[in-house]
Design a protein around this ligand. Structure first.
Ligand SMILES: Nc1ncnc2c1ncn2[C@@H]1O[C@H](COP(=O)(O)OP(=O)(O)OP(=O)(O)O)[C@@H](O)[C@H]1O
Length: 574
């Protein structure tokens, strides 16, 4: 294996990419993935990756020659390049019979949720699930029992692709659209090897190891706590103390006490709190086998660089391994752990970082597994596949691949002072029951909540200025259906899983297509239907048209009158 050592050292924490990602190292060639061993079940994907490399074009499911269920994805995504979607899809919202709703005539109490709150059964698109079972993926029987007890019987596509590859000890980058089940895609292979549910062959190793065996890092407390709940669910009530949250905003000394008392095998936390406790010598992660960065593109942004540097330097560093002054530097230490990087949006800077950190790192997507060194720097393309001369108009491939196929996208224009009214009309017209409305700042959230409540629509705000307890209470109440609208900011854009959410509204436009994609992904979870409506001022409509081109999806202009949505004639994609 050829190492460009100098390059690695020079590039530690170098800033990279327009999205302010930093990378450790730059060019490290990796051994090619041994096909029969690691990706035998994805030969077609492999062939596809070769083609991609040759053509130098962006990596997509389509050019990976994926057949069968991938056709489903293709069919769903085909209209994104311009033409209108099949009418059956539009019919969910656009072709509803006219109702007699009139904002002036309807009494305010009609906005109140029907009481008592009855949770409707959510229809899940089965095409998202893989043909194989958890048994076929080689998960241990105890773990499968626990999954079945929680009602989880079939893996999703991304889980089917990830579990065998992680079990074969590859470092991986997992990219799959929002709500496709990425959390279990990395948790299940980890819990197959550590803790009380692990496979029989691993039991003998338990004495050799002690302490924390997996560290999961997430950018927000909410996401961190959500992952903790997921681990607790799988471990079951008797063993849930084996996972410890280390999120910011919570009492640090209590977390440190719990580490000492409960001796967890897995910790989940935010970068700041993990590095704080680690620096204080209260968190021993040197023997750690797994490091997961969930929402990796955000974690590698400039804001987190110091804390992430500590995490990357310490997790999985065995005592006795040479320090950073050693000739291999950070690479030697990295070799002891398996690194798993996860997000719906994987920019090329993350691929570059993963190449420099990993052993045989591979990119896992719902239908494919490809070695990272086969991925060329993407060339900007227009959505129609033509070469691009204006970088601002290029398709943002990372964002395109992150959008669930089951979403309908719309935008409408409104004067700033009428936006909340438009929001209400939109909710009525689409008959949405669980709505997340995004704004860019914290201050106006309260005002929107006040206006909605004044009209009898139950709404609540969520933002970072609320204390930890208040934040979790708000989320709990919203998930329980006590409020119809959650008015929030970017804090909730990533990872938040509220399966019932059937409508996302942008009351302020997101800053770019990646932010649009993460916000949009709060609905349409796990193949469910969902709609995204952006409410903008007339002068901002061009931004929506631009975003439509960058994302390659139809974002249709519309308005809401007489209690229904009127979709305007599809504009040609310019
Ligand atoms: N195999 C499965 N069977 C049934 N439900 C599942 C399965 N896997 C995951 N889920 C559920 O699907 C939902 C979405 O999963 P998850 O939050 O992991 O998605 P994600 O891909 O990480 O989304 P995001 O990119 O927004 O973070 C969760 O409610 C999770 O419990």
């Amino acid at each position: 294996m050829r190492l460009i050592i100098g390059q690695v050292h020079r590039n530690v924490l170098a800033l990279a990419s327009s999205r302010s990602c930093f990378v450790v190292g730059d060019h490290l060639p990796f051994r090619m993935l041994s096909l029969p061993r690691a990706a035998g079940f994805h030969q077609s994907a492999w062939r596809g990756s070769q083609a991609v490399e040759d053509s130098g074009s962006a990596l997509t499911l389509a050019n990976l020659e994926v057949q069968s269920k991938a056709d489903y994805v293709k069919k769903e995504r085909a209209p994104r390049t311009g033409g209108p979607r099949p009418s059956s899809r539009d019919s969910s919202f656009a072709v509803k019979p006219k109702k007699t709703y009139s904002p002036n005539l309807k009494p305010a109490k009609s906005d109140l949720p029907k009481s008592p709150v009855v949770k409707k059964k959510l229809k899940i698109d089965e095409a998202l699930f893989s043909a194989s079972s958890f048994e076929e993926l080689g998960l241990p029987p105890l773990l499968i029992d626990r999954l079945n007890k929680e009602g989880l019987t079939s893996p999703t596509e991304v889980q089917s692709a990830s579990i065998p590859v992680i079990s074969q000890r590859h470092d991986v980058v997992i990219q799959s659209y929002t709500g496709s089940g990425k959390t279990l895609a990395y948790l299940l292979p980890i819990l197959s090897e550590i803790g009380p549910l692990k496979r029989a062959g691993e039991q003998g190793n338990s004495e050799k190891r002690s302490g924390i065996e997996a560290v999961v890092v997430a950018p927000s407390r909410e996401l961190g706590m959500q992952i903790v709940r997921e681990v607790e669910k799988i471990l079951g009530p008797d063993d849930k103390r084996l996972v410890q949250q280390l999120v910011g905003g919570a009492n640090r000394s209590r977390q440190e006490e719990a580490l000492k008392k409960n001796k967890p095998i897995i910790v989940v936390g935010t970068p700041g709190r993990i590095s704080e406790i680690s620096a204080a010598g209260k968190l021993q992660t040197h023997n750690c086998r797994f490091l997961v960065l969930d929402e990796v593109d955000q974690l590698l942004s400039f804001n987190y660089r110091e804390d992430m540097h500590r995490v990357l330097e310490h997790v999985g560093r065995r005592s006795g391994t040479s320090s950073s002054s050693g000739i291999l530097g950070p690479l030697a230490r990295r070799s002891e752990r398996q690194t798993i990087l996860v997000s719906a949006t994987i920019p090329f800077s993350v691929i570059r970082a993963a190449r420099s950190w990993g052993h045989d790192p591979v990119l896992v997507r719902a239908k494919s597994v490809v070695p990272l060194d086969s991925i060329a720097v993407p060339r900007p393309m227009l959505s129609q596949g033509e070469p691009n001369t204006d970088p601002a108009m290029s398709v943002n491939q990372a964002a395109v691949d992150s959008l669930p196929p089951s979403l309908d996208h719309y935008y409408c224009t409104s004067k700033a002072q009428h936006k909340v009214d438009t929001l209400r009309r939109c909710i009525h017209a689409l008959e949405a029951q669980t709505v997340i409305a995004f704004m860019n700042n914290t201050k106006p959230l309260k005002d929107v909540v006040f206006k909605l409540e004044a009209r009898g629509m139950k709404a609540i705000e969520l933002h970072g200025d609320l204390g930890k307890l208040a934040r979790s209470t708000v989320l709990k109440k919203f998930k329980a259906g006590e409020f119809r609208v959650l008015v929030t900011n970017e804090l909730s854009a990533r990872g938040l899983d509220v399966p019932e959410c059937d409508l996302v509204i942008n009351l302020d436009l997101p800053t770019d297509s990646t932010h649009y994609a993460h916000r949009a992904g709060r609905t349409g979870r796990l193949g469910r239907k969902g709609a995204v409506v952006s409410i903008c001022e007339e002068s901002e409509a061009f931004i929506m048209r631009k975003m439509r081109k960058q994302l390659g999806v139809p974002i249709k202009p519309c308005d809401f009158t007489e209690g229904q949505i009127n979709v305007h004639k599809e504009e040609d994609v310019e």
